[in-house]
Ligand binder design. Structure first.
Ligand SMILES: NC(=O)C1=CN([C@@H]2O[C@H](COP(=O)(O)OP(=O)(O)OC[C@H]3O[C@@H](n4cnc5c(N)ncnc54)[C@H](O)[C@@H]3O)[C@@H](O)[C@H]2O)C=CC1
Ligand SMILES: O=C(O)[C@H]1O[C@H](OP(=O)(O)OP(=O)(O)OC[C@H]2O[C@@H](n3ccc(=O)[nH]c3=O)[C@H](O)[C@@H]2O)[C@H](O)[C@@H](O)[C@@H]1O
Length: 417
């Protein structure tokens, strides 16, 4: 296929809005498509549809080359369409294809109606390994009445970005991963990335199933590393003279291990890590195998959460006022999904503690699970006069560093701030 100059992006959410904005800022003509009129309206006004560092500036930089629409037929005028709708986790561990099917179908129909051939369908949402070949490509072949790799192409191209750093993560990744239905489409996408990235990342091209397995393996491997630190932390805690931070700092010097994601703290959370291990275990079961390492990482993670509750129970008794500081799954995001702090607050409340909550970004408006809690409204006032029996720093927001214990309050800091 020819080079990609114009691009459409279906799904302008946490990841898609940043992909659309960065593509436009790097010189591509971009059409953004979403089913949410508010997001479309905001993007057309050059405003960020959600909170993400650098998104507003990037949208402004590419404003003249980016427009958004509710109409998927407008993708026909572009060379390639990136699909980035949600792919929620199902109870059996697999990821739903429903949103991808619903986003791709009208685009395929529009291509067919316009008689357009050779469109490139790029799936960026995380998929269950095997789903693209078994479900999405057959649907596209039916809708388009053609053969994948001859009449149209499909690439799987997930991004390895972490929330709070999406724009830089997209533009300067360690790795660009391309699963391709045919060499021509992979080559075209590789050329796009050579123009788009600000660094020169390794571009790994492979079959679609290999790329699907690579994507979930990466997250699964990293959680194995985090769970290893937690396993070691629990063992070291039983030895009064052992210092987990000194141990991990030493281990990280071995280049085979490395220092990243080797920080002793609490459990991992968020919308990605916990569900990717469940997906790897599901993928193993599909071929009659087990994924004991992925399952063990999740077990250690659950144990880490329980251990935090037990530890706090040793430090305060039911009826006491405990302040849970930091209820997001990591700093610089408002997301509380599977966060250690939220888990602790819920468990303490259930056990009869009086719970006060504080966070620098999460509020009941953006995290409805916080509605059931009393919130600390002013951090400055609280910092100077906590007046509670125990404050637990559950998320390593740097602003918590200067909270000192006062006469009546102890401060418990599982993260080495
Ligand atoms: N947020 C993250 O950190 C990362 C997310 N991913 C993957 O990216 C995908 C999207 O994630 P997020 O951006 O976080 O989701 P999100 O929920 O923030 O955004 C999804 C967007 O898709 C839109 N949408 C839904 N159906 C649509 C349709 N039929 N046509 C057009 N737009 C449609 C929604 O209105 C929403 O704006 C998921 O598969 C996720 O696993 C992968 C790596 C990182
Ligand atoms: O698949 C995805 O969607 C993304 O998932 C993660 O991104 P994210 O969940 O946004 O955030 P991270 O910054 O990686 O943190 C995840 C969790 O790990 C925890 N963590 C991180 C580092 C560490 O040393 N220890 C540790 O417990 C954090 O506190 C947090 O709860 C991956 O880092 C991305 O590469 C990937 O693209």
């Amino acid at each position: 296929m020819n080079s990609i100059e114009t691009v459409s992006v279906c799904g302008l959410g946490k990841l898609g809005s940043c992909i659309a904005a960065t593509l436009a800022a790097r010189g591509f003509e971009v059409v953004g498509v979403d089913i949410d009129p508010e997001k479309v309206d905001k993007v057309n006004k050059g405003l960020a549809p959600l909170d993400e560092p650098l998104l507003a500036e990037t949208l402004r930089a590419g404003h003249s080359r980016l427009r958004a629409t509710l109409d998927p037929r407008e993708t026909v005028a572009t060379d390639a369409t990136f699909f980035i709708p949600p792919s929620p986790s199902l109870p059996d561990g697999s990821f739903s294809n429903e949103f991808l099917l619903r986003a791709m179908q009208p685009v395929a129909k529009a291509m067919k109606d316009a008689g357009k051939k050779n469109h490139l369908f790029v799936c960026s949402s995380t998929t269950t390994p095997g789903a693209i070949d078994a479900v999405l490509i057959p649907m596209l072949e039916r809708e388009l009445g053609g053969v994948c790799g001859r009449d149209f192409s499909v690439c799987y191209n997930p991004e390895f970005i972490a929330l709070g750093d999406v724009v830089n993560g997209l533009l300067e990744p360690d790795l660009v991963l391309i699963g391709e239905s045919d060499p021509g489409s992979g080559a075209a996408l590789e050329q796009l990335y050579k123009k788009y990235n600000r660094n020169s990342p390794r571009i790994a091209r492979m079959s679609i199933i290999s790329a699907e397995l690579t994507k979930i393996s990466l997250n699964s491997y990293i959680t194995m590393k985090i769970s290893f630190t937690n396993q070691l932390r629990l063992i070291a805690a039983r030895h009064p003279k052992a210092d987990i931070h000194a141990i991990l700092d030493a281990l990280g010097n071995d280049s085979r291990i490395g220092k990243k994601y080797l920080r002793a703290g609490l459990s991992y959370g968020g919308p990605c890590f916990p569900r990717d291990n469940r997906l790897l275990a599901y993928t193993a079961r599909q071929v009659g195998l087990e994924a004991p390492l992925a399952e063990a990482s999740d077990r250690v993670n659950e144990r880490t959460k329980q251990e935090l509750v037990e530890k706090v129970q040793q430090m305060a008794k039911p009826g006491d006022m405990v302040a849970v500081l930091g209820v997001t799954y990591k700093p610089n995001t408002y997301i509380t999904e599977e966060a250690a702090g939220l888990f602790l607050a819920q468990q303490l409340k259930r056990r009869g503690y009086r719970v006060l909550i504080h966070d620098f970004a999460a509020t009941p408006a953006n995290s409805p699970s916080l509605h059931e809690f009393e919130l600390i409204s002013s951090w400055e006032e609280f910092k100077n006069n906590p007046g509670v029996s125990l404050a637990v720093i559950c998320c390593p927001w740097l602003q918590y560093r200067d909270l000192a214990s006062t006469a009546g309050t102890r401060v418990f800091t599982p993260w080495h701030l």
